[in-house]
Design a protein around this ligand. Structure first.
Ligand code: HEC
Ligand code: HEC
Ligand code: HEC
Length: 106
């Protein structure tokens, strides 16, 4: 059954890029910044149509393991890591939208 769903998703989404995505249906919480925790939604990024290799490649997030890359704003602003897309062109710009990523708890 899982395989059928997987194949169907591939069929539906495979246009130019073979899509599917992210820690499939998982949400990763990056909570080290005082600005507030960043919830990285697999679902949102899957819906946006990315394939694993769009992020899991040598330049970005080589390992499929949370915490293997130290994410900093310096690199994001330089167009690396999350900033490869969150640059105001492919996705909303990091510099203008802190709170779309950093959410304060309570
Ligand atoms: C939009 C970017 C993006 C896409 C697309 C993406 N991932 Fe990820 N994934 C990440 C990031 C960021 C991490 C955390 C890496 C880190 O902290 O070093 C991660 C982590 C993971 C993890 C580890 C989760 C954990 O709990 O530690 C798995 C498994 C994973 N990805 C699988 C996939 C698979 C399979 C695909 C394709 C179907 C995929 N990812 C597509 C960004 C992405
Ligand atoms: C491969 C491109 C890509 C990468 C890499 C990427 N994103 Fe995204 N992200 C998107 C797109 C596209 C959207 C959909 C919203 C948009 O179009 O601006 C999105 C949406 C989001 C949203 C939803 C915001 C909202 O208001 O709904 C959050 C939060 C987010 N990304 C965080 C991250 C974080 C954190 C990272 C790095 C760990 C990351 N993204 C890496 C492309 C990417
Ligand atoms: C695309 C999502 C995203 C946006 C937008 C974003 N950040 Fe971040 N930020 C992150 C992620 C992911 C981390 C790493 C958190 C962790 O390691 O737990 C981080 C870490 C940080 C840190 C601690 C590490 C460092 O580099 O100093 C600070 C401070 C920070 N962000 C401030 C900001 C401010 C200020 C803005 C808006 C001008 C902003 N962030 C916008 C994703 C984002």
């Amino acid at each position: 059954m899982k395989k059928v769903i997987l194949l169907m998703s591939v069929f539906i989404l495979s246009t130019a890029i073979a899509a599917l995505a992210v820690p499939a249906s998982k949400t990763l919480s990056f909570d080290k910044a005082k600005m507030g925790a960043v919830e990285f939604s697999g679902k949102v990024h899957k819906t946006a149509g990315f394939s694993c290799k769009d992020c899991h490649n040598a330049e970005m997030f080589p390992k499929k393991k949370q915490g293997s890359v130290h994410i900093t704003m310096k690199q994001i602003y330089a167009g690396e890591q999350c900033g490869a897309c969150h640059d105001g062109t492919k996705a909303f710009a990091a510099k203008k939208s802190c709170k779309r990523c950093h959410v304060k708890k309570k």
